[in-house]
Design a protein around this ligand. Sequence first.
Ligand code: HEM
Length: 414
Amino acid sequence: MTVAGIDLSANEFWGLPLAERAASFTLLRAQQRPQFFAEPEVPFAFERGPGYYALVRHADIVEASRNPEVFSSRRGATSITDLPVEFNEYFGSMINMDDPRHARLRRIVSRAFTPRMIARFENDVRRAATAIVDDLLAAGPCDFVPQVAARLPLKVICDMMGVPDDQYEMVLTKTNIILSGFDPEFISADPDEVAIQLLGAGQELAELVTGLAAARAQAPADDVVSALVTANIDGEQLTSAELASFFILLVVAGNETTRTALSHALMLLTEFPEQRALLLADLEGRIGGAVEEIVRHASPVLFMRRTLTRDYTMNGQDYREGDKAVLFYYSANRDEAVFADPERFDITRAPNPHVGFGAPGPHFCLGAHLARHEITVMLRELLTRVPDITAGEPDRLLSSFINGVKRLPCEFAS
Ligand code: HEM
Protein backbone atom coordinates (compact mmCIF):
# COMPACT_ATOMS: atom_id res chain seq x y z
CA MET A 1 0.00 0.00 0.00
CA THR A 2 1.27 3.48 -0.89
CA VAL A 3 -0.04 6.93 -0.06
CA ALA A 4 -0.55 7.60 -3.75
CA GLY A 5 -2.79 4.54 -3.90
CA ILE A 6 -5.17 5.92 -1.27
CA ASP A 7 -8.18 7.89 -2.48
CA LEU A 8 -10.46 9.00 0.33
CA SER A 9 -12.88 10.36 -2.25
CA ALA A 10 -13.44 7.03 -3.95
CA ASN A 11 -16.57 5.17 -2.91
CA GLU A 12 -14.65 1.90 -3.06
CA PHE A 13 -12.28 3.13 -0.35
CA TRP A 14 -15.17 3.18 2.14
CA GLY A 15 -16.16 -0.34 1.20
CA LEU A 16 -12.69 -1.77 2.00
CA PRO A 17 -12.40 -4.29 4.84
CA LEU A 18 -12.14 -2.36 8.12
CA ALA A 19 -8.55 -3.46 8.75
CA GLU A 20 -7.45 -2.20 5.33
CA ARG A 21 -9.20 1.09 5.84
CA ALA A 22 -7.52 1.52 9.22
CA ALA A 23 -4.12 0.67 7.71
CA SER A 24 -4.60 3.37 5.06
CA PHE A 25 -5.19 5.98 7.73
CA THR A 26 -2.12 4.78 9.62
CA LEU A 27 -0.13 5.51 6.49
CA LEU A 28 -1.74 8.93 6.06
CA ARG A 29 -0.97 9.86 9.67
CA ALA A 30 2.65 8.90 9.13
CA GLN A 31 3.04 11.59 6.45
CA GLN A 32 4.61 14.93 7.33
CA ARG A 33 1.62 16.90 6.10
CA PRO A 34 -2.11 16.44 5.51
CA GLN A 35 -2.71 15.05 2.02
CA PHE A 36 -4.82 16.88 -0.53
CA PHE A 37 -7.60 14.94 -2.31
CA ALA A 38 -9.79 15.84 -5.25
CA GLU A 39 -13.43 16.17 -4.28
CA PRO A 40 -15.66 13.14 -4.57
CA GLU A 41 -18.05 12.93 -7.47
CA VAL A 42 -21.60 13.33 -6.26
CA PRO A 43 -24.70 12.57 -8.25
CA PHE A 44 -25.69 16.22 -8.08
CA ALA A 45 -24.95 18.92 -10.59
CA PHE A 46 -23.53 21.12 -7.81
CA GLU A 47 -20.22 22.85 -8.34
CA ARG A 48 -17.23 20.63 -7.66
CA GLY A 49 -14.32 22.45 -5.99
CA PRO A 50 -10.64 21.61 -6.35
CA GLY A 51 -10.41 19.39 -3.30
CA TYR A 52 -9.67 19.24 0.43
CA TYR A 53 -6.96 18.61 2.98
CA ALA A 54 -7.56 15.44 4.96
CA LEU A 55 -6.81 16.13 8.63
CA VAL A 56 -5.99 12.75 10.09
CA ARG A 57 -4.05 13.51 13.27
CA HIS A 58 -5.64 14.07 16.66
CA ALA A 59 -3.69 17.32 17.21
CA ASP A 60 -4.88 18.85 13.92
CA ILE A 61 -8.50 17.97 14.57
CA VAL A 62 -8.43 19.34 18.11
CA GLU A 63 -6.83 22.60 16.98
CA ALA A 64 -9.21 23.08 14.04
CA SER A 65 -12.24 22.48 16.29
CA ARG A 66 -10.97 24.99 18.81
CA ASN A 67 -10.68 27.69 16.15
CA PRO A 68 -14.13 28.03 14.59
CA GLU A 69 -13.37 31.62 13.48
CA VAL A 70 -10.74 30.16 11.15
CA PHE A 71 -12.24 26.71 10.52
CA SER A 72 -15.81 27.63 9.67
CA SER A 73 -18.86 25.33 9.42
CA ARG A 74 -21.05 27.78 7.50
CA ARG A 75 -20.15 26.50 4.04
CA GLY A 76 -21.18 23.00 5.10
CA ALA A 77 -19.97 20.62 7.81
CA THR A 78 -21.55 17.38 6.67
CA SER A 79 -20.72 17.42 2.95
CA ILE A 80 -17.34 17.76 1.28
CA THR A 81 -18.83 19.23 -1.87
CA ASP A 82 -20.48 22.64 -1.55
CA LEU A 83 -24.25 22.58 -1.41
CA PRO A 84 -26.47 25.64 -1.69
CA VAL A 85 -26.62 27.52 1.66
CA GLU A 86 -30.40 27.04 1.91
CA PHE A 87 -29.91 23.31 1.45
CA ASN A 88 -27.30 23.23 4.23
CA GLU A 89 -29.47 25.09 6.67
CA TYR A 90 -32.58 23.16 5.81
CA PHE A 91 -30.94 19.79 6.40
CA GLY A 92 -28.25 20.73 8.86
CA SER A 93 -29.59 23.59 10.96
CA MET A 94 -26.90 24.83 13.36
CA ILE A 95 -24.36 22.17 12.49
CA ASN A 96 -23.83 24.16 9.27
CA MET A 97 -23.67 27.60 10.91
CA ASP A 98 -21.10 29.76 12.66
CA ASP A 99 -21.62 31.98 15.70
CA PRO A 100 -23.52 34.18 16.36
CA ARG A 101 -26.36 32.41 14.48
CA HIS A 102 -25.16 29.03 15.67
CA ALA A 103 -24.91 30.25 19.27
CA ARG A 104 -28.45 31.62 19.24
CA LEU A 105 -29.93 28.34 17.99
CA ARG A 106 -27.82 26.26 20.32
CA ARG A 107 -28.91 28.42 23.26
CA ILE A 108 -32.56 27.82 22.44
CA VAL A 109 -32.37 24.11 21.72
CA SER A 110 -30.20 23.47 24.77
CA ARG A 111 -33.45 23.81 26.70
CA ALA A 112 -34.35 20.40 25.35
CA PHE A 113 -31.17 18.98 26.85
CA THR A 114 -31.31 20.33 30.39
CA PRO A 115 -30.55 17.80 33.12
CA ARG A 116 -34.25 17.86 34.03
CA MET A 117 -35.38 16.98 30.52
CA ILE A 118 -32.71 14.31 30.17
CA ALA A 119 -33.64 12.82 33.55
CA ARG A 120 -37.17 12.41 32.26
CA PHE A 121 -35.99 10.56 29.19
CA GLU A 122 -33.81 8.34 31.33
CA ASN A 123 -36.80 6.39 32.58
CA ASP A 124 -38.20 6.14 29.06
CA VAL A 125 -34.85 4.88 27.80
CA ARG A 126 -34.77 2.13 30.42
CA ARG A 127 -38.31 1.02 29.69
CA ALA A 128 -37.65 1.04 25.95
CA ALA A 129 -34.47 -1.04 26.35
CA THR A 130 -36.32 -3.60 28.46
CA ALA A 131 -39.05 -3.93 25.83
CA ILE A 132 -36.46 -4.30 23.06
CA VAL A 133 -34.70 -7.15 24.85
CA ASP A 134 -38.07 -8.80 25.62
CA ASP A 135 -38.79 -8.77 21.88
CA LEU A 136 -35.28 -9.97 21.03
CA LEU A 137 -35.62 -12.97 23.32
CA ALA A 138 -39.03 -13.74 21.84
CA ALA A 139 -37.68 -13.44 18.27
CA GLY A 140 -34.53 -15.53 18.78
CA PRO A 141 -31.38 -15.06 16.68
CA CYS A 142 -32.12 -12.33 14.12
CA ASP A 143 -30.84 -9.19 12.44
CA PHE A 144 -29.55 -7.06 15.33
CA VAL A 145 -29.84 -3.74 13.47
CA PRO A 146 -33.61 -3.38 13.05
CA GLN A 147 -34.41 -5.58 16.07
CA VAL A 148 -32.19 -3.77 18.59
CA ALA A 149 -29.73 -1.10 17.43
CA ALA A 150 -32.13 1.00 15.36
CA ARG A 151 -35.05 0.83 17.74
CA LEU A 152 -33.79 2.54 20.86
CA PRO A 153 -32.44 5.80 19.40
CA LEU A 154 -35.50 6.18 17.19
CA LYS A 155 -37.87 5.66 20.07
CA VAL A 156 -35.98 8.07 22.32
CA ILE A 157 -35.97 10.92 19.78
CA CYS A 158 -39.55 10.36 18.77
CA ASP A 159 -40.67 10.28 22.41
CA MET A 160 -38.64 13.37 23.09
CA MET A 161 -40.37 15.27 20.32
CA GLY A 162 -43.81 13.76 20.95
CA VAL A 163 -43.94 11.88 17.62
CA PRO A 164 -46.74 9.29 17.74
CA ASP A 165 -45.76 5.60 17.51
CA ASP A 166 -47.40 5.09 14.13
CA GLN A 167 -45.03 7.65 12.58
CA TYR A 168 -41.79 5.94 13.71
CA GLU A 169 -41.43 3.92 10.52
CA MET A 170 -41.82 7.03 8.38
CA VAL A 171 -39.17 8.88 10.43
CA LEU A 172 -36.78 5.93 10.09
CA THR A 173 -37.26 5.62 6.33
CA LYS A 174 -36.74 9.35 5.73
CA THR A 175 -33.66 9.45 7.94
CA ASN A 176 -32.19 6.53 6.02
CA ILE A 177 -32.67 8.46 2.77
CA ILE A 178 -31.05 11.64 4.09
CA LEU A 179 -28.05 9.79 5.51
CA SER A 180 -27.83 7.13 2.81
CA GLY A 181 -24.44 8.42 1.63
CA PHE A 182 -25.80 7.47 -1.80
CA ASP A 183 -25.96 3.79 -0.88
CA PRO A 184 -28.22 2.50 -3.69
CA GLU A 185 -30.25 0.47 -1.22
CA PHE A 186 -31.77 3.66 0.15
CA ILE A 187 -31.60 6.14 -2.67
CA SER A 188 -32.00 6.21 -6.44
CA ALA A 189 -29.00 5.94 -8.75
CA ASP A 190 -30.54 8.61 -10.99
CA PRO A 191 -29.11 12.08 -10.09
CA ASP A 192 -32.37 13.93 -10.74
CA GLU A 193 -34.28 11.47 -8.60
CA VAL A 194 -31.78 11.85 -5.73
CA ALA A 195 -32.50 15.55 -5.22
CA ILE A 196 -36.23 14.90 -5.33
CA GLN A 197 -35.96 12.04 -2.84
CA LEU A 198 -33.79 14.06 -0.44
CA LEU A 199 -35.99 17.14 -0.49
CA GLY A 200 -39.10 14.98 -0.23
CA ALA A 201 -37.70 13.22 2.85
CA GLY A 202 -36.89 16.58 4.47
CA GLN A 203 -40.31 17.90 3.59
CA GLU A 204 -42.14 15.02 5.25
CA LEU A 205 -40.12 15.33 8.45
CA ALA A 206 -40.68 19.09 8.44
CA GLU A 207 -44.43 18.67 8.02
CA LEU A 208 -44.57 16.17 10.85
CA VAL A 209 -42.87 18.48 13.35
CA THR A 210 -44.72 21.58 12.16
CA GLY A 211 -47.96 19.78 12.97
CA LEU A 212 -46.68 18.81 16.41
CA ALA A 213 -45.53 22.38 17.06
CA ALA A 214 -48.88 23.84 16.06
CA ALA A 215 -50.61 21.56 18.56
CA ARG A 216 -48.17 22.57 21.33
CA ALA A 217 -48.50 26.25 20.55
CA GLN A 218 -52.25 25.86 21.16
CA ALA A 219 -51.81 23.80 24.29
CA PRO A 220 -48.26 23.99 25.68
CA ALA A 221 -47.16 20.93 27.64
CA ASP A 222 -44.09 20.16 29.75
CA ASP A 223 -42.20 18.71 26.81
CA VAL A 224 -39.41 19.50 24.40
CA VAL A 225 -41.42 20.84 21.47
CA SER A 226 -43.29 23.20 23.81
CA ALA A 227 -39.99 24.36 25.28
CA LEU A 228 -38.68 25.11 21.81
CA VAL A 229 -41.67 26.97 20.42
CA THR A 230 -42.43 29.03 23.52
CA ALA A 231 -40.40 32.19 24.07
CA ASN A 232 -38.04 32.44 27.05
CA ILE A 233 -37.55 35.56 29.16
CA ASP A 234 -35.35 37.11 26.49
CA GLY A 235 -38.07 36.52 23.92
CA GLU A 236 -36.02 33.86 22.15
CA GLN A 237 -37.85 31.04 20.42
CA LEU A 238 -37.51 28.96 17.28
CA THR A 239 -39.39 29.97 14.17
CA SER A 240 -41.32 27.14 12.57
CA ALA A 241 -38.70 26.80 9.81
CA GLU A 242 -35.94 26.66 12.43
CA LEU A 243 -37.84 24.03 14.39
CA ALA A 244 -38.34 21.92 11.26
CA SER A 245 -34.61 22.04 10.45
CA PHE A 246 -33.63 21.32 14.02
CA PHE A 247 -35.91 18.30 14.04
CA ILE A 248 -34.32 17.02 10.83
CA LEU A 249 -30.88 17.52 12.41
CA LEU A 250 -31.99 15.73 15.58
CA VAL A 251 -33.43 12.68 13.90
CA VAL A 252 -30.52 12.43 11.52
CA ALA A 253 -27.79 13.18 14.09
CA GLY A 254 -29.33 11.19 16.90
CA ASN A 255 -30.52 8.05 15.14
CA GLU A 256 -27.93 6.72 12.77
CA THR A 257 -25.03 7.59 15.04
CA THR A 258 -26.29 5.82 18.14
CA ARG A 259 -27.55 2.90 16.07
CA THR A 260 -24.07 2.59 14.55
CA ALA A 261 -22.44 2.68 17.98
CA LEU A 262 -24.71 -0.10 19.24
CA SER A 263 -24.07 -2.32 16.22
CA HIS A 264 -20.30 -1.85 16.54
CA ALA A 265 -20.60 -2.56 20.26
CA LEU A 266 -21.86 -6.06 19.50
CA MET A 267 -19.21 -6.57 16.81
CA LEU A 268 -16.44 -5.46 19.19
CA LEU A 269 -17.64 -7.59 22.11
CA THR A 270 -17.68 -10.55 19.72
CA GLU A 271 -14.26 -9.86 18.28
CA PHE A 272 -12.69 -9.26 21.72
CA PRO A 273 -14.24 -11.92 24.02
CA GLU A 274 -11.76 -11.18 26.80
CA GLN A 275 -13.09 -7.60 26.92
CA ARG A 276 -16.62 -8.95 27.18
CA ALA A 277 -15.53 -11.17 30.07
CA LEU A 278 -13.89 -8.20 31.75
CA LEU A 279 -17.04 -6.14 31.36
CA LEU A 280 -19.32 -8.91 32.61
CA ALA A 281 -17.09 -9.39 35.64
CA ASP A 282 -17.86 -5.83 36.78
CA LEU A 283 -20.59 -4.39 34.61
CA GLU A 284 -21.34 -1.29 36.67
CA GLY A 285 -17.70 -0.51 37.31
CA ARG A 286 -16.59 -0.83 33.69
CA ILE A 287 -19.54 0.10 31.54
CA GLY A 288 -18.66 3.82 31.45
CA GLY A 289 -15.20 3.06 30.06
CA ALA A 290 -16.66 0.52 27.65
CA VAL A 291 -19.07 3.08 26.18
CA GLU A 292 -16.27 5.60 25.58
CA GLU A 293 -14.12 2.92 23.98
CA ILE A 294 -16.99 1.81 21.74
CA VAL A 295 -17.48 5.37 20.50
CA ARG A 296 -13.73 5.76 19.96
CA HIS A 297 -13.30 2.49 18.12
CA ALA A 298 -16.52 2.73 16.10
CA SER A 299 -16.27 6.45 15.33
CA PRO A 300 -19.87 6.45 14.05
CA VAL A 301 -19.37 9.88 12.46
CA LEU A 302 -16.34 9.48 10.23
CA PHE A 303 -15.74 13.14 9.44
CA MET A 304 -16.95 16.74 9.58
CA ARG A 305 -15.77 19.45 7.23
CA ARG A 306 -14.55 22.97 7.83
CA THR A 307 -13.67 25.82 5.42
CA LEU A 308 -10.82 28.26 6.06
CA THR A 309 -11.95 31.85 6.58
CA ARG A 310 -8.38 33.18 6.15
CA ASP A 311 -4.84 32.12 5.45
CA TYR A 312 -3.57 30.13 8.42
CA THR A 313 -0.68 27.90 9.42
CA MET A 314 -1.33 24.88 11.60
CA ASN A 315 1.22 22.31 12.70
CA GLY A 316 3.54 23.31 9.85
CA GLN A 317 0.95 23.26 7.07
CA ASP A 318 -0.06 26.49 5.29
CA TYR A 319 -3.74 26.80 4.43
CA ARG A 320 -5.29 29.49 2.23
CA GLU A 321 -8.58 31.25 2.68
CA GLY A 322 -11.31 29.12 1.09
CA ASP A 323 -9.42 25.84 1.53
CA LYS A 324 -11.48 22.93 2.75
CA ALA A 325 -10.27 20.79 5.65
CA VAL A 326 -11.94 17.49 6.43
CA LEU A 327 -11.63 16.35 10.04
CA PHE A 328 -11.43 12.55 9.99
CA TYR A 329 -12.48 11.68 13.55
CA TYR A 330 -12.12 8.02 12.67
CA SER A 331 -8.41 8.58 12.10
CA ALA A 332 -7.85 10.90 15.07
CA ASN A 333 -9.37 8.17 17.23
CA ARG A 334 -6.66 5.82 15.98
CA ASP A 335 -3.76 8.24 16.31
CA GLU A 336 -0.94 6.23 17.87
CA ALA A 337 0.48 9.48 19.29
CA VAL A 338 -2.51 9.55 21.64
CA PHE A 339 -3.85 5.97 21.81
CA ALA A 340 -1.49 3.07 22.46
CA ASP A 341 -2.24 0.09 20.22
CA PRO A 342 -5.24 1.91 18.73
CA GLU A 343 -6.87 -1.02 16.92
CA ARG A 344 -7.19 -2.85 20.19
CA PHE A 345 -10.59 -2.55 21.86
CA ASP A 346 -9.72 -1.87 25.49
CA ILE A 347 -12.58 -0.96 27.81
CA THR A 348 -10.12 0.04 30.52
CA ARG A 349 -8.34 2.59 28.32
CA ALA A 350 -7.68 5.66 30.46
CA PRO A 351 -7.45 8.43 29.66
CA ASN A 352 -9.52 8.13 26.50
CA PRO A 353 -9.61 11.58 24.89
CA HIS A 354 -11.43 10.37 21.76
CA VAL A 355 -13.11 12.79 19.40
CA GLY A 356 -16.03 10.54 18.47
CA PHE A 357 -18.48 13.26 19.54
CA GLY A 358 -16.32 15.91 17.90
CA ALA A 359 -13.41 17.71 19.54
CA PRO A 360 -13.96 20.45 22.14
CA GLY A 361 -15.46 23.53 20.50
CA PRO A 362 -18.84 25.15 19.85
CA HIS A 363 -20.18 22.24 17.76
CA PHE A 364 -19.33 19.47 20.22
CA CYS A 365 -22.19 16.95 20.04
CA LEU A 366 -25.27 18.32 21.74
CA GLY A 367 -26.57 14.79 22.30
CA ALA A 368 -23.38 13.25 23.72
CA HIS A 369 -24.85 12.81 27.19
CA LEU A 370 -28.04 11.29 25.83
CA ALA A 371 -26.14 9.02 23.44
CA ARG A 372 -23.85 7.76 26.22
CA HIS A 373 -26.88 7.08 28.32
CA GLU A 374 -28.68 5.18 25.56
CA ILE A 375 -25.65 3.00 24.84
CA THR A 376 -25.10 2.33 28.55
CA VAL A 377 -28.70 1.34 29.22
CA MET A 378 -28.98 -0.84 26.11
CA LEU A 379 -25.72 -2.67 26.82
CA ARG A 380 -26.57 -3.16 30.47
CA GLU A 381 -29.94 -4.66 29.57
CA LEU A 382 -28.51 -6.79 26.80
CA LEU A 383 -25.49 -8.13 28.66
CA THR A 384 -27.47 -8.84 31.79
CA ARG A 385 -30.19 -10.79 30.03
CA VAL A 386 -28.43 -12.14 26.91
CA PRO A 387 -24.75 -12.28 27.97
CA ASP A 388 -23.80 -14.79 25.27
CA ILE A 389 -25.09 -12.76 22.30
CA THR A 390 -22.60 -12.58 19.43
CA ALA A 391 -22.46 -10.94 16.02
CA GLY A 392 -22.00 -12.56 12.62
CA GLU A 393 -20.68 -10.87 9.47
CA PRO A 394 -21.86 -7.25 9.15
CA ASP A 395 -23.30 -5.85 5.95
CA ARG A 396 -21.80 -2.35 6.07
CA LEU A 397 -23.25 0.91 4.77
CA LEU A 398 -21.27 2.27 1.84
CA SER A 399 -20.64 5.78 3.15
CA SER A 400 -17.69 8.07 3.83
CA PHE A 401 -19.70 9.89 6.48
CA ILE A 402 -21.34 7.32 8.75
CA ASN A 403 -19.49 4.15 9.73
CA GLY A 404 -22.83 2.40 9.43
CA VAL A 405 -23.99 -1.20 9.56
CA LYS A 406 -27.07 -2.13 7.56
CA ARG A 407 -27.49 -5.71 8.74
CA LEU A 408 -25.85 -7.68 11.51
CA PRO A 409 -26.87 -11.27 12.20
CA CYS A 410 -26.81 -12.12 15.89
CA GLU A 411 -26.76 -15.46 17.70
CA PHE A 412 -27.50 -16.46 21.28
CA ALA A 413 -28.58 -19.52 23.19
CA SER A 414 -30.12 -17.97 26.29
C1 HEM B 1 -22.89 7.79 19.37
C2 HEM B 1 -23.72 8.73 18.99
C3 HEM B 1 -23.32 10.07 18.42
C4 HEM B 1 -22.16 10.45 17.79
C5 HEM B 1 -20.94 9.59 17.47
C6 HEM B 1 -22.31 11.85 17.45
C7 HEM B 1 -21.32 12.61 16.84
C8 HEM B 1 -21.39 13.98 16.63
C9 HEM B 1 -20.30 14.77 16.13
C10 HEM B 1 -18.94 14.25 15.70
C11 HEM B 1 -20.72 16.07 16.12
C12 HEM B 1 -19.83 17.27 15.80
C13 HEM B 1 -20.22 18.11 14.64
C14 HEM B 1 -19.16 19.16 14.30
O1 HEM B 1 -18.18 19.36 15.03
O2 HEM B 1 -19.33 19.79 13.26
C15 HEM B 1 -22.09 16.08 16.58
C16 HEM B 1 -22.90 17.19 16.65
C17 HEM B 1 -24.24 17.15 17.01
N1 HEM B 1 -24.93 16.06 17.52
FE1 HEM B 1 -24.19 14.22 17.83
N2 HEM B 1 -23.53 12.29 17.89
C18 HEM B 1 -24.18 11.23 18.48
C19 HEM B 1 -25.44 11.26 19.05
C20 HEM B 1 -26.29 12.33 19.05
C21 HEM B 1 -27.63 12.35 19.60
C22 HEM B 1 -28.29 11.18 20.32
C23 HEM B 1 -28.13 13.59 19.34
C24 HEM B 1 -29.46 14.18 19.69
C25 HEM B 1 -30.44 13.60 20.26
C26 HEM B 1 -27.12 14.35 18.67
C27 HEM B 1 -27.25 15.66 18.24
C28 HEM B 1 -26.24 16.43 17.74
C29 HEM B 1 -26.41 17.83 17.35
C30 HEM B 1 -27.70 18.63 17.44
C31 HEM B 1 -25.16 18.29 16.89
C32 HEM B 1 -24.81 19.68 16.36
C33 HEM B 1 -24.21 20.53 17.44
C34 HEM B 1 -23.80 21.90 16.96
O3 HEM B 1 -23.61 22.13 15.76
O4 HEM B 1 -23.68 22.78 17.83
N3 HEM B 1 -26.00 13.56 18.50
N4 HEM B 1 -22.47 14.80 16.93
